[in-house]
Write a protein that binds this ligand. Structure first.
Ligand SMILES: [Zn+2]
Length: 292
């Protein structure tokens, strides 16, 4: 079974992670633009970050046989820096046109401030203009209220719910998200927020329709193999393979295909580590792997 991790921040991960992910069956990923752990102070830092998601990181994934796509946007946390946020908003239209950009995201709320609210709405408009779906981060604190507010804004802005992926759902928010007609992402973390066993219970109760799982692995305590580990837990619990495949392949493919930029997603990836990206290789003198 081919696996898709539709939310993972590979910029913060190592080549060991790429190797382990490929070995576990992950063939495609989406890397959302997000907060990097420390506030950025220049608009140019965002521009270079967007360029690295479109360039170097995409190349790095390809060197391990993984297809890399990204979402671009102003994350909710840094949306609270008004000057910076305006500057990034100005950059976005040009970058949203690039190959490999499959949604606007991650956008939404962190602390439910007015500045976050304004930036969220402006980016929904940008997504509609660019004809892209949106990936929405829901806050870790005050999650239920944050999700209700998010769904109200989605409705108010008039973006079609089938073009909206609400991420980081829990037992409390999933019924709200499913009722809205939006897609429901779940981030499977070590010990907190959502784990494999709880995800199994949610699938048993709600089925597979519009359900998506991801690792959301980043620079914090997280695990880039949570999608394959959730597959193993679902199998062990007797969930049929067809339903599992819907969750870890067909659903993310169908959601992000709305961007029109997933062509070739079903074909197998070749690996050619003799290739360079702007003169640079992922190798340190090792023998390059070449596989058709
Ligand atoms: Zn994220």
């Amino acid at each position: 079974m081919k696996l898709f991790d539709p939310h993972i921040h590979m910029t913060s991960r190592t080549t060991d992670d790429y190797q382990a992910m490929a070995k576990a069956g992950i063939v495609a990923i989406v890397e959302p633009a997000f907060w990097v752990g420390q506030p950025r102070t220049h608009v140019g830092s965002f521009e270079d970050y967007f360029l690295s998601l479109l360039g170097w990181e995409r190349f790095r994934a390809s060197q391990f046989g993984i297809k890399h796509f990204c979402t671009l946007g102003m994350n909710p946390k840094e949306a609270n820096n008004a000057e910076l946020a305006e500057g990034v908003l100005g950059l976005l239209p040009k970058y949203l046109e690039k190959d490999g950009v499959v949604a606007v995201g991650e956008i939404g709320y962190d602390d439910l401030t007015e500045a976050e609210d304004a930036m969220f709405k402006e980016q929904i408009v940008l997504a509609m203009e660019a004809d892209l779906p949106i990936l929405i981060h829901t806050p870790h604190r005050d999650k239920k209220r944050g999700t209700e507010r998010t769904l109200a804004v989605v409705k108010e802005m008039g973006i079609a719910p089938e073009r909206v992926l609400i991420d980081h759902n829990t037992e409390e928010t999933l019924p709200l998200t499913l009722d809205s007609g939006c897609w429901a992402g779940h981030s499977i973390y070590p010990e907190t927020k959502m784990d494999e066993a709880r995800m199994v219970q949610l699938v048993k109760r709600y089925g597979a329709e519009r359900i998506i799982v991801n690792s959301a692995a980043d620079w914090g305590v997280s695990d880039p193999l949570k999608v394959p580990k959730t597959v193993a837990a679902m199998r062990e619990a007797g969930i049929p393979d067809q339903q599992i495949e819907t969750i870890v392949w067909h659903n993310p493919v169908n959601f992000f295909a709305q961007s029109g930029r997933l062509e070739g997603i079903e074909s197998s990836s070749s690996v050619d580590q003799r290739k360079l990206w702007e003169g640079n290789s992922v190798l340190r003198g090792q023998q390059p792997v070449v596989r058709q």
